[in-house]
Design a protein around this ligand. Structure first.
Ligand SMILES: O=C[C@H](O)[C@H](O)[C@H](O)COP(=O)(O)O
Length: 223
């Protein structure tokens, strides 16, 4: 059984005719987007707004009509994966480098559903290095300020050169000890000049779709 496929396809049940849907990035939401493409083919009428160039390409490929922010009033629902999910619905995202657009879209959505295979579930965030997007200008100095918050930042590389996000920025993957206070850390990071955004999503997710040990689907909703 493909856990990512199971949770990814389950999320499709929340998509209704006429909705504007925020389309996340990654290997879990791949299954959501593929399934939505099939439903569009069968007559479902939705508009998608992608969180990355990769997702834009995928969504176009499966026939989902896309919109941009200047064409819509609001996003009804955003669906996305995560790198870590804690018991309080806090997330680490950005393993694929799409965290900035993902956060903009999650924030704009009336409802935000996170799909996570069981490996993503943790008691406390921090085993997965936290992605932090920074502008290239002065990144060496930005790195020192990030480091002062108590982590070991590594500049993400791709084929021997710095990885570039869809926004033309760099990513530091920051190994913290366990993150005890995600809200505070999220704010402190974003106070550093040069930091564009970080992968902590605190208090944003409304629903987590995952699997339990027996591989049954569980859906946790914020009360
Ligand atoms: O930048 C990438 C995103 O935050 C992804 O949603 C996250 O990395 C999870 O990806 P996957 O579903 O491939 O594990």
């Amino acid at each position: 059984m493909n856990d990512k496929k199971v949770v990814g396809e389950k999320a499709v049940e929340y998509v209704k005719d006429g909705m504007v849907v925020g389309l996340g990035t990654g290997s879990t939401v791949f299954h959501t987007i593929s399934k939505l493409g099939k439903l569009v083919e069968e007559g479902l009428s939705i508009k998608g707004i992608p969180t990355s160039n990769q997702t834009e390409k995928l969504a176009k490929g499966v026939g989902i009509p896309l919109v941009t922010f200047n064409e819509i009033e609001q996003i009804d629902l955003a669906i996305d994966g995560a790198d870590e999910v804690d018991d309080d619905f806090n997330l680490i995202k950005g393993g694929g480098g799409a965290l900035l657009r993902e956060k903009i879209i999650a924030k704009a959505a009336k409802s935000f559903i996170v799909i996570a295979d069981p490996h993503k579930r943790v008691n406390k965030l921090g085993s997965f290095p936290l992605p932090v997007e920074v502008v290239p200008f002065g990144y060496e100095m930005t790195m020192k300020h990030i480091q002062n918050l108590g982590c070991n930042p590594k500049l993400r590389q791709s084929n021997g050169i710095p990885f570039l996000t869809d926004n033309g920025n760099y990513i530091f993957d920051c190994s913290f000890p366990i993150i005890e206070h995600p809200r505070e850390l999220e704010k402190s990071l974003n106070m550093i000049p040069g930091v564009v955004e970080n992968g902590l999503f605190v208090g944003m997710a409304d629903k987590i779709i995952t699997l339990n040990k027996e591989k049954s689907i569980i859906i946790n909703g914020r009360v």
